[in-house]
Design a protein around this ligand. Sequence first.
Ligand SMILES: *[C@@H]1O[C@H](CO)[C@@H](O)[C@H](O)[C@H]1NC(C)=O
Ligand SMILES: *[C@@H]1O[C@H](CO)[C@@H](O)[C@H](O)[C@H]1NC(C)=O
Ligand SMILES: *[C@@H]1O[C@H](CO)[C@@H](O)[C@H](O)[C@H]1NC(C)=O
Length: 175
Amino acid sequence: MTARLSISILLLLQLQLQCSATVFKLTNAVCESFNKSWVEFELCRLRAVSRHKVYLNLNVTLHQPINDIHIKGQLMKKENGYKPWLYSVSFNGCQFIRRRNNPLIKLVWDLFKEYSTLNHTCPYVGQQLIKDFYLRSEKLPTPIPTGEYLVQLTWIINKKPIAATNFYFMFVEDL
Ligand SMILES: *[C@@H]1O[C@H](CO)[C@@H](O)[C@H](O)[C@H]1NC(C)=O
Ligand SMILES: *[C@@H]1O[C@H](CO)[C@@H](O)[C@H](O)[C@H]1NC(C)=O
Ligand SMILES: *[C@@H]1O[C@H](CO)[C@@H](O)[C@H](O)[C@H]1NC(C)=O
């Protein structure tokens, strides 16, 4: 899977157009816990600070130490409802954070790592924060088609889906 992913990334990078967007912002955030004895969201909220800048603030409490976490991610694009766009990814969170060996996940991680308390190796326990995170098009290696998107993440702890987060965003290409 990693090889296929790397090839796709290379193809994306070869498109290397000048990446600037007139709009690249979050439009909605939904966080859901399936088992509150593991994960409890205290806060999962967007705040518009200007017309094209929207902050995400997230405050989540992990009630038990997490040593085994898999994340399933799917990017969807809106076209008569949200349809899968590109491929889905599935990865071992504890392993990724140790090795940073997946280029696609690293791209997403690099977007938000400086805004979060997650920049350390497993276990994760207690309060975790994402503070005033916002999308910056200059961090994208390539523009994406204008549209509305959804990043669906399912958080699988000890082999069971424990939480789901949906982040909606829009991208408008600078033509
Ligand atoms: C939630 O997790 C706890 C601790 O692992 C477990 O005992 C319980 O059965 C789980 N509840 C549900 C609804 O899965
Ligand atoms: C996060 O939520 C907890 C529990 O509600 C609260 O005690 C804490 O102050 C919150 N932290 C921040 C930075 O909002
Ligand atoms: C946290 O992020 C900094 C800056 O990106 C990096 O130098 C450091 O190695 C990271 N720490 C861990 C434990 O990954």
